[in-house]
Design a protein around this ligand. Structure first.
Ligand code: MN
Length: 253
């Protein structure tokens, strides 16, 4: 089999934040790597969608990152204006880190508005940040039914929070940073196999002392194989079939 028999997917990558995004896009095409190109403010939407132009393996997500909620809450109206053009939403969510405490109310306001807008249009797939805020994120998901399919990105909550996320129908995108820690691995081992997809969170993650790239999802497939006790080719097929069934739901939007 040649390398093109592989179909890797990176469901959470900040392509626009690499110093050389055009080059990354070109190499993703060569290596048959599908990417969900998430954004951190609606102001980045135009430029980031331009990056994916003519390349149907790169899909852009409309986002407003919780770390930027305070500064960019005024761009919520732009978010709502652009949402009809975006089947994917991300990066959105809440961050309960100490240094972001002063923005918590703005974060909640922004995330709620986004979930409500998604519910009105229906059928969105959301890549969700929940660092130190898993239960708060899950409260919002529970309180806004039909906002779309939540994909928890780099989930780092407790086992109880994970059980709740599974019960609420969440999917999970898992990457090298998460799979390097034993806590992350044990969480992934508890996740339903049919709701796991790979991600990198590049360029914010380091792998082997260098910046991670979308094609590095292959390293996560290796760890998944170990966790599941199956050959790497099989975990690759599971993740590929999962991503197809998720993307099909976006195609119907
Ligand atoms: Mn991210």
């Amino acid at each position: 089999m040649d390398e093109h028999s592989h179909s890797y997917i990176d469901l959470h990558c900040h392509l626009d934040l690499y110093p050389n995004p055009g080059e990354i896009v070109r190499r993703c095409r060569e290596m048959n790597v599908k990417v969900l190109s998430v954004t951190t403010t609606p102001l980045a939407w135009e430029g980031t969608t331009a990056l994916a132009k003519g390349n149907n393996t790169i899909v852009t997500a409309l986002g407003l990152h919780p770390e930027l909620a305070q500064k960019f809450k005024t761009s919520l109206s732009l978010f709502e204006e652009l949402l009809p053009r975006a089947k994917f939403v991300g990066e959105v969510g809440l961050d309960g880190s100490k240094e972001l405490q002063s923005s918590w109310h703005d974060q909640l306001y922004v995330f709620r508005k986004i979930l409500q807008a998604c519910r009105e249009l229906g059928g969105r797939i959301l890549s969700i940040h929940s660092r130190r805020a898993a239960n708060a994120v899950l409260d919002e998901i529970e309180n806004t039914p039909n906002a779309g399919i939540p994909v928890m990105h780099w989930f780092s909550g407790t086992r109880e929070e994970l059980a709740r996320a599974i019960q609420l129908g969440c999917w999970f995108s898992v990457g090298p940073a998460m799979l390097m820690s034993s806590k992350g691995k044990s969480l992934v081992a508890q996740m339903p196999r049919e709701r796991i997809i790979t991600e990198t969170d590049g360029p914010f993650v380091q792998l082997d002392n260098r910046t991670v790239f979308p094609w590095d999802v292959v390293s996560s497939l290796g760890v998944l194989s170990e966790l599941w006790g199956i050959p790497s080719k099989e975990s690759e097929l599971i993740v590929e079939s999962n991503s197809k069934s998720l993307l099909v739901q976006a195609d119907t939007v």
